[in-house]
Ligand binder design. Structure first.
Ligand code: 5CA
Length: 439
């Protein structure tokens, strides 16, 4: 992509309405624009990151055996009246009427609708287990939308729903999602800690929130320090197994959000130097709620003995749009965003230091073509701007690598390769730089 023709309206000034760093940087980098309170448009740079995050989420759901569907954003109120949540949900639900006066709503979550789909198609234990997910926009009329995409009113969520014959089966599904979540967040460069949490309007009694530690987080959390160094990507995961040992390893130490916190247990179970009391961002939340929806909605299956029983269910959410902000909260510096490679909008920023110089521009154009031919995602700053402005913009948008080409270096046969993460710079030949970025 050529920056000269790219729609990336960056800002020098810090927008006054933004209270936290991720919101400020997303606005300054031209990633999003507010449409109305808690509702955002995604501009090209932000949209690329959103899609990268969505794709990692999708790959890990698929790997764990879930199947992707797509349910609508607008739902009929009838099912919600059947489950009893139409009245229970309160003013967070956006209620609307169609031209015939029928009650509709903009879905804040999809337990009812997926249960309806399931009950209309499945009759027997032979068709279990099943996990169905979608990645779809939700609407919750939050009292206080704030912090940009972190607490929006309209936001993108991955929600998965599991169906099993009994508790034992449901726990296996729960474990699969538990491990899939650890892998998902780790792949984005995030250390997410599963914590015991309240279930709120979704319900049930087994539940974990996945929390990223960050000072700007909305949740107050308490956990054992060892969690900060746990690794999951290195471990071989077998989704055919029951995964109990992995889940046990990640749940045996103390980790709770404030609504489940027990100060006495915390002090008993965690030595003083291992106690972490911080704030955190909830990027995912998983629930087992048994037959809370299948009972009222009569989603029944026949057991091997021929008895009809309500199916056991769980639901598993990830805040896909919230994650864009959460990654920035976890990874930025004074100059701007520092994208972890797997979610970066482009891998390389190519900076032409002097577009008026024919030799420099020729070298840049050739480099741009070679990187693209090699399948490297590259944003080429071909604008007629001062070098200082180019460096600032490149640091602000946080691409992992900056390849800087200027007339003076070229005369000596070198270019500069800068790693955004630690600002480490290296002068090397253009060929070696290309080999490095394409290798
Ligand atoms: N049906 C269940 C699981 S599929 C559910 O809705 N769970 S939830 O309410 O916990 O939401 C799932 C995830 O969506 C949360 O962990 C959070 O990361 C994200 N989320 C929730 N509310 C918002 C919001 N207002 N703005 C941005 N993300 C949100």
């Amino acid at each position: 992509m050529r920056l000269s023709g790219y729609f990336m309206p960056t800002m020098k000034e810090t927008p006054a309405e933004a209270e936290i760093v991720s919101h400020r940087l997303m606005l300054r980098a031209g990633m999003i624009r507010q449409a109305s309170a808690g509702i955002y448009s995604w501009l090209p740079l932000g949209f690329r990151v959103l899609k990268k995050i969505e794709q990692i989420v999708r790959e890990e759901q698929d790997r764990a055996g879930a199947q992707e569907v797509l349910m609508p954003t607008i739902q009929s109120a009838d099912l919600w009246k059947e489950s009893g949540r139409y009245d229970a949900y309160g003013p967070e639900m956006l209620r609307i009427q169609d031209r015939h006066g029928r009650d509709m709503l903009y879905g804040p979550t999809n337990e009812e609708l997926i249960t309806e789909i399931f009950r209309s198609a499945v009759r027997s234990y032979r068709d279990l287990p099943r996990m169905l997910y979608h990645i779809q926009w939700k609407f919750r009329d939050e009292v206080r939308p704030r912090f940009g995409v972190m607490r929006g009113r309209e936001f993108l969520m991955k929600d998965n729903y599991s169906f099993d014959l009994d508790y034992a089966g449901a726990k296996r599904s729960y474990n699969k999602m538990f491990v899939a979540y650890l892998r998902t967040f780790a792949r984005m460069g995030l250390q997410a800690i599963p914590m015991e949490a309240e279930t709120g309007p979704i319900g049930g009694d087994l539940s974990h929130e996945f929390i990223i530690l960050a000072d700007t987080g909305e949740s107050e959390v308490f956990c054992h320090r060892d969690f900060v160094e746990f690794d999951v990507l290195g471990a071989g995961i077998d989704y055919q197994s029951d995964l109990e040992p992995v889940v046990e390893a990640w749940t045996k130490l103390y980790a709770r959000t404030d609504d489940k916190h027990d100060p006495a247990a915390f002090e008993n179970q965690v030595p003083e130097d291992k106690r972490v009391h911080r704030r955190g961002i909830e990027v995912g939340h998983i629930f087992y709620f048994g037959t809370k929806y299948s009972d009222p909605l009569k989603a029944l299956v026949a057991t091997p003995e021929g008895e009809a029983v309500a199916v056991h269910m769980g639901s598993y959410g990830i805040g896909v749009s919230r994650l864009v902000g959460a990654v920035i909260e976890a990874s930025h510096d004074e100059a701007g965003i520092v994208w972890p490679e797997p979610v970066a909008p482009f891998r390389v920023g190519l900076i032409n230091l002097k577009t008026a110089d024919a030799a420099c521009t020729k070298a840049c154009e050739e480099t741009y073509a070679k990187l693209r031919d090699a399948g490297v995602e590259v944003l080429y700053d071909d604008r007629d701007e001062r070098p200082g402005a180019k460096f600032n913009d490149m640091d602000l948008i946080g691409l992992p690598w900056q390849l800087v080409i200027g007339p003076r270096g070229l005369a000596k046969g070198v270019v500069e390769l800068k790693r955004r993460r630690d600002a480490e710079r290296e002068e090397l030949s253009l060929d070696s730089a290309l080999a490095r970025l394409t290798g």
